[in-house]
Design a protein around this ligand. Structure first.
Ligand code: SF4
Length: 329
């Protein structure tokens, strides 16, 4: 498979008072054409910041990307693009849907106007063609009475319908990569399943690569091909989805899996991981998970474990698996 997106040693720093604090620390991963990659982790692990960096949407005055970091899309370095060139890539080649469509849809503009704006920002087409394509796209994402909805405002639609509209807008220009940041968290369970099915169907049909960002491993199990697990701004494990569920390696991944409710588990006895993700300015020395890890060894508190390949596209960063000192990537 060809890598469509390659994130290389991505470090993201944010300004806190007069200091620049590292929030995401030199992470690397790739997304192949037509693949659905899940990025999972608790809040504060750096998933959403990573997706904003890929979209070129980090606030410039507040943040900084590391000097040795690179984000390659189809072989072109996105980190070196001018703002104008980045705007051309956004929407056309890479699109994003957010958790809450109300914050990304403009409440005072009709759905039709917002879809037309997206098309006209990238293509020279007639208003009639814009309208036809928009209606087609709304129908494709399962919106009934698509023609009427073109003249309606976001507040007139249900949460599930608004998310469908966001997906339609994101896919209007047939991007090669779609980033979906917690796209179903704000929705009820039945609608969640419908939206996930829709994203999966579109990914299969049009061979769009998808990065699905979520805190929910259940969602990942349902739709993803491969998973990257992030903890405190680092990739701690990466594996094909089945392999991760059958044979997780990193204690953090095991903890996440152990805290998942299942039909068999007594939901009152879920094994929550003790403690919480450290703040970027309070990052511990050595392995960032050590203060919460039941298997931590003295070495873990002083030296950071590298990401080690375990074969079968499975890698983890934990001293428990570094016996042969194989450096990954
Ligand atoms: Fe736990 Fe040590 Fe592995 Fe970190 S490196 S996850 S502290 S065993």
């Amino acid at each position: 498979m060809t890598a469509l997106l390659e994130v290389k040693d991505l470090e993201i720093k944010f300004r806190k008072d007069k200091e620049m604090i590292s929030t995401v620390g030199e992470i690397s991963f790739a997304v192949n054409e037509g693949e659905m990659l899940g990025i999972v982790g608790e809040s504060g692990c750096g998933k959403s910041v990573t997706s904003l960096a890929i979209m070129g949407l980090l606030p410039k005055e507040m943040s900084q990307i590391g000097r040795n970091s690179d984000i390659l899309f189809n072989g072109t370095s996105l980190t070196k693009l001018s703002d104008a060139d980045y705007r051309r890539v956004r929407g056309k080649d890479i699109s994003m849907i957010f958790q809450d469509p109300m914050t990304s849809l403009n409440p005072v503009l009709t759905i039709g106007y917002q879809m037309k704006e997206m098309i006209l920002a990238h293509e020279k087409v007639s208003k009639r063609e814009c309208w036809t394509r928009s209606v087609e796209m709304l129908k494709k994402v399962g919106i009934p009475r698509a023609e009427q909805i073109m003249d309606e405002y976001p507040h007139q639609l249900s949460g599930g319908m608004r998310q469908r509209v966001m997906i339609a807008i994101a896919l209007t220009l047939q991007p090669k990569l779609l980033i979906a940041d917690e796209p179903t968290t704000a929705l009820d369970v039945t609608i969640q399943a419908q939206i996930l099915d829709l994203i999966k169907e579109i990914q299969r049909e049009s061979n769009t690569a998808v990065i699905l960002i979520t805190h929910d491993l259940g969602v990942v199990a349902e739709v993803c091909d491969r998973v990257v697990v992030m903890y405190a701004g680092k990739v701690v494990e990466e594996a094909p989805v089945k392999e991760l569920f059958v044979d997780p390696k990193h204690p953090y991944t095991k903890g996440l899996l152990g805290s998942m409710p299942t039909l068999i588990n007594d939901q009152n006895r879920l094994n929550a991981i003790p403690g919480s993700v450290p703040l970027p300015e309070e990052m511990p020395q050595g392995c960032r998970f050590a203060p919460r890890c039941s298997q931590a060894m003295p070495h873990c508190y002083t030296a950071e474990p590298p990401l080690v390949s375990l074969g079968n596209s499975h890698a983890t960063s934990c001293w428990l698996y570094d016996k042969e000192e194989q450096k990954y990537g």
